[in-house]
Design a protein. Structure first.
Lengths: 118, 416
């Protein structure tokens, strides 16, 4: 009897816990048809993906900007904004259930070398 | 008996904690109007764990890669991320489509000794962030300039190969841009004292058949996107007769008084000052003008900026009137339908209360997120944009993923 009560208590506790999300970020958006959707992705995986994406885009953007700077082509702008989204597949192995596509923007600025007062 | 009591107690505590905690969901406090004086303000406790994790996840993002390019002329100076609210108020990272509730601009956390140098240099350099898809207009723009801009867009559309009917597009663009320019010019004929409209913005999409669409009908990645921005350049010319009718003049007057009475006068430097307020405009069938949706159909949104620092006197009597607000009236049981648009006459006191609460939300959110950013984080918040929507019962709350906002606040972060 005591064992039954113990297992019942554990079962009730597990069922009544708030939905597990402490290790995952929720992603919220609308489909093209206007339906609201939510998905979860582990925080660790999210950080890895963002780090990779920002690194990749930064590398490409900065390399291109330095090339333009080196060739002295159109140096009149001092800031470049790049909008991007990353597509992260959700699912298990080859069974892909969907993807999340967060959008973010990166800002690149030209370094100034003049001293104060110039 | 004892066993039954134990089970009942366990059941009670387990399920009550689940139903009342609502962790991860924004409190209903921010979506509803309260008429009770002693109601406890929400302190974002329910979204505290999310904000903590969110701030940590951006602590040193992208920094390692920058080290290899530190001698270059360019550097990654910042990035922008966004948050959204689900239909039940759950907060999360914005993905796919829909409306962002909060946009956060992050910037490099510079060592204190270099901050003043950067400020001095930046003061002397205007930000040149020309977006090739943004057309700029001002009160000096002539018809010739408008025609040349239209020709420019037509050429771009032709070269893209994505638009078939260029003749139709040309006609629509001329009509839209001319109206847009006229609206901007009319604003200059009004004398605004404390909150001055400094910019109009209209986002539009160009379909393959040459048709121009707005708001939710613009398909990201499918349509050609264009932004029109009008900025005031010349000082007020009182000799220009505005093409606004009486109702429009009355509306703008009421709006200025409303903003002046709703928003605080900064006696000392605020930690999170308002940079701009963006308000959507709506025009009813009978030509009446009111507060509409930002990015709504064919109507620009207007940006206001505080000009004077002193307390402007306002006449209490004017707050007794009402302002029309364009609201989507969704029919019952039709979750995904557009619904009909109605004009709800809200009394100014109610709107004032809503705006104050919206600003409180924005300030609290900025403050809360700021505190979550660790001292050794490489990034800090530069500014945030928060968006709010009027619901059908007249209350103003943070906009959810499927909503379209009416008002947006742009707050700077002066908390170093």
């Amino acid at each position: 009897m005591k064992l039954k009560i113990f297992f019942l208590s554990v079962f009730i506790f597990l069922v009544s816990r708030p939905s597990s999300g402490e290790d995952a970020f929720p992603f919220i958006g609308l489909t093209p048809k206007g339906k609201s959707i939510e998905a979860s992705l582990s925080k660790k995986k999210w950080k890895e993906k963002m780090e990779k994406s920002i690194s990749y885009i930064s590398q490409s953007a900065l390399t291109s900007l330095e090339r333009i700077e080196g060739q002295q082509r159109s140096p009149s702008f001092e800031q470049v904004d790049i909008g991007s989204s990353i597509k992260i597949s959700l699912g298990l192995g080859t069974v892909v259930k969907g993807s999340i596509e967060p959008y973010f923007k990166l800002f690149f600025k030209k370094r100034r070398v003049q001293s104060i007062g110039e | 008996m004892g066993i039954r009591l134990i089970i009942s107690v366990i059941l009670f505590f387990s399920f009550s904690s689940r139903s009342f905690s609502k962790v991860g969901y924004l409190s209903n406090y921010w979506f509803t109007e309260s008429f009770e004086k002693n109601i406890q303000e929400d302190n974002f406790q329910s979204i505290d764990p999310f904000l903590s994790s969110y701030a940590i996840s951006y602590k040193d993002i992208g920094i390692n890669q920058q080290k290899s390019l530190k001698d270059g002329s360019w550097y990654l100076s910042g990035f922008q991320t966004s948050l959204a609210l689900g239909l039940k108020g759950k907060i999360g990272i914005h993905s796919w489509g829909g409306t962002k509730t909060i946009e956060i601009d992050w910037k490099r956390r510079a060592p204190k000794k270099t901050v003043s140098k950067e400020r001095t240099i930046l003061k002397n350099n205007k930000k040149l962030t020309g977006n090739k898809n943004t057309l700029f207009f001002n009160d000096k723009t002539t018809d010739e300039v408008i025609n040349s801009k239209v020709n420019f867009i037509i050429t771009k559309a032709r070269n893209s190969g994505r638009v078939r009917n260029l003749t139709k597009l040309e006609g629509e663009l001329k009509r839209i841009i001319t109206s847009f320019q006229l609206m901007g010019e009319s604003l200059t004929s009004h004398s605004f004292k404390s909150w001055r409209p400094v910019k109009l913005r209209l986002d539009l999409g160009i379909k393959g058949n040459g048709k121009v669409v707005f708001g939710p009908l613009i398909k990201m990645g499918g349509d050609l996107r264009l932004r029109l921005e009008w900025k005031k350049v010349k000082p007020i010319n009182k000799n220009i007769v505005g093409s606004f009718n009486k109702s429009a003049s009355s509306f703008f007057k009421k709006l200025e008084i409303l903003l002046n009475s709703s928003l605080p006068v900064a006696k000392k430097k605020s930690l999170y000052p308002i940079g701009h307020i963006e308000i959507g405009l709506g025009i009813g069938i009978n030509g009446g003008i009111g507060i509409g949706k930002i990015g709504g159909y064919g109507i620009p949104s207007i940006f206001f900026k505080k000009t004077s620092h002193g307390k402007e006197p306002y006449i209490n009597g004017l707050l007794e009137r009402s302002i029309p607000v364009m609201i989507e009236n969704k029919r019952n049981g039709e979750k995904n339908s557009m619904g009909s648009i109605i004009f709800l006459n809200l009394d100014e006191k109610r709107i004032k209360k809503g705006i104050r609460k919206a600003l409180k939300f924005s300030n609290k959110f900025m403050s809360k997120l700021n505190k979550k950013i660790e001292r050794n984080s490489k990034w800090e918040i530069k500014r945030i944009k928060t968006q709010f929507k009027f619901s059908s019962d007249g209350s103003l709350g943070p906009v959810k993923i499927s909503g379209i906002p009416h008002i947006a606040f742009y707050l700077r972060n002066n908390n170093k």
